[in-house]
Ligand binder design. Structure first.
Ligand SMILES: Cc1cc2nc3c(=O)[nH]c(=O)nc-3n(C[C@H](O)[C@H](O)[C@H](O)COP(=O)(O)O)c2cc1C
Length: 194
């Protein structure tokens, strides 16, 4: 048996990448009802770890995470989320940010927590859970995120910027609504068709 050629190796790598790429393209925001099935701590830990594994500007790691699986706490959070979202989710992850500079006056906190959120959405998808990136809803003028932070004992210097419900979807997700590849991605030149 000879050594693998570069082409064979690439084919093998591409095959290995298949499941990961399926998770990426299969993820979508889920806003329907969740099954009343608890999310095991081990699964929540895997999702949290995926968030912590995300890159961050100058490795400042400005995103922190609180997974909530206590029914009492979830009920308290629900009471301040108005209009309600993710009411039936058996668990949720709250994303916190510290808006500190990476260097000079450059703050990458938004990028840091966004990378963490996407990693967690993908980890949740890979484990068979659904979720949705609720940021606009809780950071609007009514500052729902601040009320949630108070309930969770979040200290000063941290801002609660995103809620990610975690649970098993009880309904089918809606259709994908994405622009076509050629509308947003090109080779070598802006807008150039192959
Ligand atoms: C920064 C950001 C904020 C978002 N905030 C909300 C939100 O407040 N409420 C909501 O229902 N979806 C929210 N979303 C989810 C988007 O609506 C969703 O990603 C988009 O419609 C594309 O759908 P997809 O996630 O299924 O690809 C947010 C997404 C991002 C990236």
């Amino acid at each position: 048996m000879g050594a693998y050629s570069e082409t064979e190796k690439r084919t093998h790598e591409r095959e290995k990448a298949g499941p990961a790429l399926e998770v990426i393209s299969g993820r979508r925001s889920y806003r329907g009802k969740y099954l009343p099935v608890p999310v095991p701590r081990d699964d929540l830990r895997i999702i949290l770890q995926a968030g912590l594994d995300a890159p961050s500007g100058c490795n400042k790691q400005t995103a922190s995470l609180i997974a909530v699986d206590s029914p009492e706490l979830l009920a308290k959070l629900r009471a301040v989320i108005d209009p309600p979202v993710a009411e039936t989710a058996p668990a949720a992850i709250c994303v916190l940010t510290q808006r500190i500079n990476a260097y000079r006056d450059r703050c990458f906190a938004v990028q840091d927590y966004s990378a963490a959120i996407e990693n967690m959405l993908l980890a949740a998808e890979a484990l068979g859970y659904s979720s949705c990136w609720y940021e606009g809803h809780i950071t609007d003028e009514d500052r729902i995120g601040d009320k949630m932070a108070k309930i969770l004992g979040v200290p000063e210097g941290y801002e609660l910027v995103c809620l990610l419900p975690v649970g098993i979807a009880a309904e089918k997700p809606g259709p994908r609504k994405k622009k076509g590849f050629a509308e947003r991605a090109w080779f070598n030149e802006f807008g150039k068709e192959e």
